[in-house]
Design a protein around this ligand. Structure first.
Ligand code: NAD
Length: 368
């Protein structure tokens, strides 16, 4: 798809700073490849409360649902901390996720050897770990009914529930992704204790028969949490239900060295949503020092999953790797010996430069 209508929701804090750089890269790809990408910016979160009195104005929802993809920065601002949950900036994020309807949350955890010294894991253990988490996002314990408190709040309960259909549809996303990667799916459950997990395992095992080219492993969630730290390079695609995925993806994120590096996609619904994993980082907002690479990598995911422009997605990811290999860092990645510590916008420009070099190389190659 070379024509894309992209709704950009910069949001709060560092959200506008990092999305600006992601849009810079998308514009550069469009201009140099002759694609037609159109951007419409809308308000969400605290910015939207200030402007429109609501964290998710109707106009924002309407523009998003008419787009091909949504690129979000981050929401959240301390000035709204005292508001009830339903009125906080974060309510805008939950609302837009619901409106777009994605059920599969993709979160890559990729180790860049150039910044291995930022990871709490030893470089030789971390290696070139490259894990793609596929987390079910609309079911399980977070949404199961019934739920609530009982008596005089002297007990409380939640329900973990999955239907065969819900398991199968997210399972398919994982197997399809694995086919384009190292052809391995690790399905995470707690089948030794939970009936939901026993059903999960049965359904995924059956589904696996449709993908004989993909190796399927099952792993208990407790074992998986340990193995992520001790043997991160042994994973390819990790498939999890909602709660386990919430916890494991944050654990894996720590492997990568900085929250600012992490990208995500939420797919499977009406419109795909792309966002860096980090929040609005009020402590560094406005200083021009935020790391934009997670937002830029989210833009690469958009080109891969929504636009099916695999080569361009890969070029962006290669440019990120090359920038890091050349020694450029944002403040969150910097060490006392780091030579080049760049601002948010200079990091964006540096990725653009590397991308431009890659495209020139590709053109020169095709010209001979
Ligand atoms: P955070 O992710 O905003 O920040 C945590 C720490 O990581 C901070 O020290 C911050 O400076 C640093 N950090 C985050 N992103 C960075 C980047 N790109 N470059 C460099 N450093 C970066 O999490 P928090 O402080 O717990 O939350 C702040 C606000 O963001 C809260 O209002 C929270 O609700 C909201 N939040 C929003 C999202 C989202 O929009 N998806 C996610 C998490 C938190």
């Amino acid at each position: 798809m070379t024509k894309l209508n992209i709704c950009v929701l910069p949001g709060d804090g560092i959200g506008p700073e990092v999305t600006k750089e992601a849009v810079r890269i998308l514009r550069f790809v469009a201009e140099s490849q002759g694609y037609d990408f159109r951007f419409t910016e809308r308000a969400i979160g605290g910015t939207a409360i200030r402007q429109f009195g609501s964290a998710l104005p109707q106009e924002t929802v309407e523009t998003c649902v008419k787009s091909n993809a949504v690129l979000l920065g981050a929401v959240g601002s301390p000035e709204f901390d005292s508001l009830p949950s339903k009125e906080k900036p974060e309510a805008g994020l939950l609302g837009i996720r619901k409106a777009l309807g994605g059920f599969a949350n993709l979160r890559p955890a990729k180790a860049y050897p150039a910044i291995a010294d930022c990871s709490p894991i030893k470089a030789e253990v971390l290696g070139k770990a490259d894990i793609m988490f596929v987390r079910e996002l609309l079911g399980g314990l977070y949404f199961g009914q019934p739920r609530g408190f009982e008596g005089n709040r002297d007990s409380a309960f939640n329900t973990m529930r999955y239907s065969v259909e819900e398991i199968e549809r997210v399972g398919r996303v994982a197997f399809e992704l694995a086919r384009k990667r190292k052809k391995k799916v690790t399905s995470v459950d707690k089948a030794n204790v939970l009936e939901v997990s026993q059903l999960w395992r049965e359904v995924i095992t059956m589904l696996g028969k449709e993908y004989p080219d993909v190796k399927l492993d099952h792993m208990y969630v407790d074992a998986c949490s340990m193995r992520l730290i001790t043997h991160p390079t042994t994973f390819d695609v990790v498939l999890t239900e909602n709660l386990f995925g919430d916890i494991l993806t944050d654990e894996a994120a720590a492997l990568c060295g900085s929250l600012g590096m992490l990208s995500s996609a939420t797919i499977g619904g009406n419109i795909d949503l792309y966002e860096p994993v980090h929040g609005s980082a009020p402590d560094i907002a406005g200083k021009g020092i935020a790391n934009p690479l997670g937002a830029i990598a989210s833009a690469a995911m958009m080109l891969r999953h929504t636009a099916k422009l695999e080569d361009d997605a890969r070029d962006i990811e290669d440019a990120i790797r090359e920038v890091l290999e050349a020694g450029y860092r944002t403040a969150d990645l910097a060490k006392p010996k780091s030579k080049w510590v760049l601002s948010t916008s200079d990091m964006g420009k540096m990725v653009e430069n590397k991308l431009s070099e890659a495209l020139d190389r590709r053109r020169a190659y095709h010209a001979v």
